[in-house]
Design a protein around this ligand. Structure first.
Ligand SMILES: NC(=O)c1ccc[n+]([C@@H]2O[C@H](COP(=O)([O-])OP(=O)(O)OC[C@H]3O[C@@H](n4cnc5c(N)ncnc54)[C@H](OP(=O)(O)O)[C@@H]3O)[C@@H](O)[C@H]2O)c1
Length: 265
């Protein structure tokens, strides 16, 4: 249980992508613990949601959860998911958390080709922009309510520091997300839609189990001022904070670094 008011998002409707596991699952759980109705994109299948997200939820929390699936690395994936969300959305949208994404693979700079470019950019950039664009009218409707609505994107520490070898396209795709966050924040402020991002450092999820060796992770942990890697639960409160007008109503266009001091801007 987090330390937020259990009614903080009572009556609010929230969309979280990539919520079947990792950071997205912790964020979805956080919203369910604070009263929201959550439309969760679980990932490409329900497998991880069944293993990671659903266990531990109360019947009341499950009754406020709708699970959807979509492959966001294919062209049109963002639009397809947005259509499915609009199919179950019953009124305005209060919060959109764009979290689904991954490195896809470590690709040395000399081996970057169109296929790698499309795979990484379609997932981390194109689908995020497409999903948000289709959901914007619902978010603007949410903006008419007291406190307005909010978009929280997931960037990465690698957007600033460039990541580690083999992550040039991924890191650059996250730099797009950070700049896009600021551009949208400026453009949507008149519609009372706040737009911010969370930028995780090295967070111990399946992401790093796939792409980083144990030795690399130990060396990274030793270099972090707080001397440990982050967890999904370390990240989730920043998303809730940025989604709540009560807690962050005068905050827009910001990228919050959650990294134990790994990078200080
Ligand atoms: N972990 C870190 O250190 C770190 C640091 C900075 C930023 N981030 C960012 O944080 C976000 C969450 O990452 P995480 O660490 O929680 O990783 P994770 O545990 O691997 O979760 C990634 C989520 O994104 C979904 N996803 C990946 N590829 C997809 C695809 N092609 N179509 C649809 N959904 C897809 C996954 O669904 P499936 O289950 O179907 O794969 C999963 O739900 C990502 O945007 C990541 O880039 C992570």
């Amino acid at each position: 249980m987090n330390g937020f008011d259990p009614a903080l998002f009572s009556g609010k409707t929230v969309v979280v992508t990539g919520a079947g596991r990792g950071i997205g699952a912790a964020v979805a759980r956080g919203f369910l613990e604070t009263g929201a109705s959550v439309i969760a994109h679980a990932g490409r299948s329900l497998d991880h949601a069944e293993a990671d997200l659903l266990p531990g939820l109360s019947d009341d929390q499950k009754s406020r959860l709708t699970l959807l699936t979509a492959d966001l690395s294919v062209r049109g994936g963002g639009e397809t998911l947005a259509g499915d969300i609009l199919g179950v959305l019953d009124g305005p949208l209060d919060v959109l958390v764009n979290n689904a994404g991954t490195m896809v693979g470590r690709i040395p700079a000399a081996e970057v080709d169109d296929e790698a470019f499309d795979a990484i950019v379609d997932l981390n950039v194109r689908s995020v922009v497409a999903l948000t664009t289709v959901l914007l009218p619902a978010l603007k409707d949410g903006g008419k309510a007291e406190g307005g609505s909010a978009i929280v994107n997931t960037s990465s520490i690698s957007a600033i520091v460039g990541g580690s070898p083999g992550s040039s396209l991924y890191s650059s795709s996250k730099a797009f997300v950070s700049t896009w966050t600021r551009a949208l924040a400026r453009e949507l402020a008149p519609d009372h839609v706040r737009v911010n991002a969370v930028s995780p450092g090295t967070i111990m999820t399946d992401f790093h189990r796939r792409y980083s060796s144990e030795e690399k992770l130990q060396a990274t942990a030793a270099s972090i001022p707080m001397k440990r890697l982050g967890t999904a639960e370390d990240c989730a409160p920043a998303y809730l904070f940025l989604s709540s007008a009560r807690l962050s109503g005068y905050l827009t266009g910001q990228v919050i670094e959650v990294n134990g001091g790994q990078f200080m801007g």
